[in-house]
Every structure is written in structure tokens, then in C-alpha cells.
Design a protein around this ligand. Sequence first.
Ligand SMILES: Nc1ncnc2c1ncn2[C@@H]1O[C@H](COP(=O)(O)OP(=O)(O)OP(=O)(O)O)[C@@H](O)[C@H]1O
Length: 256
Amino acid sequence: MSQTAAVAAPDDSTQAPPVVTARSLSKVYGADDSAVRALDGVSVEFARGHYTAIMGPSGSGKSTLMHCLAGLDTASSGTVHLDRTDITRLNDRQLTQLRRERIGFIFQSFNLLPMLTAEQNILLPAQIAKRKVDRERFERLIDVVGLRDRLDHLPSKLSGGQQQRVAVARALLGAPEVVYADEPTGNLDSRSGAGVLSFLRDSARDMGQTIVMVTHDPMAASYADRVIFLHDGQLVDEVHAPTAETISDRLLKLES
Ligand SMILES: Nc1ncnc2c1ncn2[C@@H]1O[C@H](COP(=O)(O)OP(=O)(O)OP(=O)(O)O)[C@@H](O)[C@H]1O
């Protein structure tokens, strides 16, 4: 385990420039005696078209890191660049616009609007952002995620796996610079989960989609190109081309 790893970068980072770069990122919640250092000087890069999983013991800072990377939470110090934009310098209005236009989100709870059909849910972010829908990409996504015959269904008429595939199609439709996924298969049975994870992996490989995913599940993380490990708010290790076994092994070491 490389406790001193200062910057975690993919092996082929010279060919694939980073889409997201965090430098010396720290986040402290509260003050004085009750202060919690949730992130402690994290520096990490996420290369274009790469699928990265963030893992670590409970309370190690995974959600905090993802929220700071995605502009959902503000760091106490350090910088986060999305391409050339330093998002730590943006105000709330600019952050909202950046999240809407340049980032895709997939959450554990799907976050679909119950009164809209699958198709309307997928198209909603583009409508809110007043973005023209790329119909060709839409059709391709629908076929790849296997929702062609479910487009006019309300979420309540879809299985959990189908609902999450709607959420995945929604996140990917606008070809965002990065997709952040928070336990995207946490509510799914293993077969539906495998479908969603394979699709995420394929979208990175075939469409060059950059994906950053927080998960507790070594099997889910094994779909990624790289796993980075947090411990007490610090980046302490990473594995490339991971298997569920190598990931479980590293996690056990961190938790012991
Ligand atoms: N809003 C908050 N206020 C105070 N402390 C917080 C807040 N959010 C997180 N923390 C603390 O920051 C640390 C990191 O939390 P975080 O949720 O990022 O960890 P995590 O690795 O995602 O945990 P888990 O795997 O349990 O979801 C924890 O000690 C947590 O209690």
C-alpha cells in the first residue's frame, strides 16, 4: 500500500488528458473541538473515457470527495478543475449551471419524477437546460439500455433495474464531460446491477464517457478501470484493472 501516493493518475494519463483534477482538496465540517476533517489533502485526476470507482471504509470521505468534485459541496481548501474551469471559484448560480450543462448524475434512489414517462424523464435535463436533444444519441442509448418498449411507462410500472437504466440514459444523453454515480446499484438485485454496471463500462469504452462512481461493493467496483481508496480523508491506494478479489483484499487491509 502506497501511503505516500501524492497524485493518483491513470497509467496512460499521457494519452488521455484529465477531465477532472483535484489538487490538495480538504474539507472540514464544523469548527474547533467538533471539527471533522472529512478530506485531508486529496490530489487525484480522472482521465477522459476512464471509469473510476472510489472506495474506502465507512466515514473515509468517499461521498464528501464526490460531492466536492461535482460542485455539490464546497471544499475548505484546494482546487477542483473540470477541464479548464476551476469550480471552487464559482458562485452558486454558476455551479448550478455547470452541473446542469456539463455533469451527469446517477444516484442510488434513481430520482425519477413519478408523473413523467421514462422518455420524459430521460429528456427532462435537456429541456431544463434548453439544450437541443441529439435524437441519434437518444435512439442509440435507448437501444443499448434496452428501454425501447418501456418509453411510455411511468416509473411505477418499471422494475428497479429498468428505473435505474432510465436514470443512466438520462445522465448520459447530454454527453456530459463526467458522470458521477453514487452507489448506482445499491438498490438493485445482482442481475439488474450487473446490467447497469456493464452499460456504464461500455459507455466509457465505446463512447469515451468519463465516469466516477462511489461504491461499497467490490463486485461493482471491479467493472471500473481503476479503483482509488480513501482512508481518514486521504487517498492511500489505487488499483488498475481491478478484480473483486484484489479490491476486497485492499479493503480488508484498510479496515484492519
Ligand atoms: N454534513 C456533515 N457534517 C459533519 N460531518 C460530516 C458531514 N458529512 C460528512 N461528515 C463526516 O465526514 C466524514 C466523511 O464522511 P463521508 O460521508 O464523506 O464518508 P463516506 O466514506 O462516504 O462514508 P459511508 O461509506 O459511510 O457513506 C465522516 O466522519 C462524517 O461523519
